[in-house]
Design a protein around this ligand. Sequence first.
Ligand SMILES: [Cu+2]
Length: 405
Amino acid sequence: MTKFINPGLIKTSRRNVLRGSMLAGAAAMTGAGAMAAPRAPKLHGINAASAKIYNAAGKEEAASDAKPADLSGYTRVKQELVPPPFAPVHEQVATGGPKIIEITMETEERLMVVDEDNGASIWALTYNGSVPGPLIIVHEGDMVELTLRNPASSMMEHNIDFHASTGALGGGGLTHVYPGEECVLRWKATKPGCFTYHCAPGGDMIPYHVTHGMNGAIMVLPRDGLKDKEGNPLRYDSIAYFGEQDYYLPKDENGDYRTYEAAGEDYADSLEVMRGLIPTHSVFNGAVGALTGEGAIKAKVGETVLMVHNQANRDSRPHLIGGHGNYVWESSFTDPPLQDMETWFVRGGSAVAAMYTFEQPGVYAYVNHNLIEGVMLGATAHVVVEGQWDNALMEQVVAPRSFET
Ligand SMILES: [Cu+2]
């Protein structure tokens, strides 16, 4: 079966030279093997150049004679990553000195149902099998030490660009792993806030991987925890982690969603839809309805929930219908939080945190308040809150009834 390795790299990549099957795959993607892949798009110069930059960046860093990092004073801690919408076990206020937080992520290519009602599906490209990838939580000054593994069964190369990190395209240039390879990247979390991470193999493969689910968020907490604008501590009881994913799923001539046999087979068709910039879906946590019904977030009256929202590719404007963003960090945790927001903003390619303490029981809808995206494209999650109703906050004085004219 053809492997889909980054198409701009065939001449320069040592590993492609060593891997005949992948070379053939890459050649097919460039159009040289057009007969093998009749729908393969023609590569534009800018795409090939971008692919080369993404692969070349990091080579110098890796080969340089820079001093080794001084790791004295750090203690090593393993963080067990968990699937969204949950957060890993962590401290809100750091105890002890800075840590090296060890995490492992595996790049998993898997067929996922996007919408059960109409058969929409995708060969998702994931970190640890979920869309979005797992939430990572560290403190400012900690080191993140990631082992990134690409199973031999994969069709594609992958890497990771951490927006929270500094250098080598966010680590993207140092983490290209081909099927059957692993690498380890260590970087220092110097900026507190919520940040996106995503795959960025180069060229058109960057948006292709990102819009196939290969993105997630890391939260870098201040060592002394979150604070309001006066510097008073703010604490949460739980975290709800929302990854908003725009998909661009190809349809056939009858308007039905196409299906594919393996990851990467939709490459040419997907690029055509992506060029239109109009997603067929914009969903939370991988699929329409993933966080409604059985999958709804659960909370209680009086519970303070930190809602972390990641959107690696497109702007979003979250709104909690029936509630608010009591404290919202659209930028860094070093900035004072915005307060009592109705709708806040996630710049495409970032993650934000919003804190709310629930005051009424019932079902709340957490939506992208572009309501076309929220309602028609899928970006709706539910928070089901238990507790006692407060008539002082809201009361149905007269239930709907007919009236005389
Ligand atoms: Cu990838």
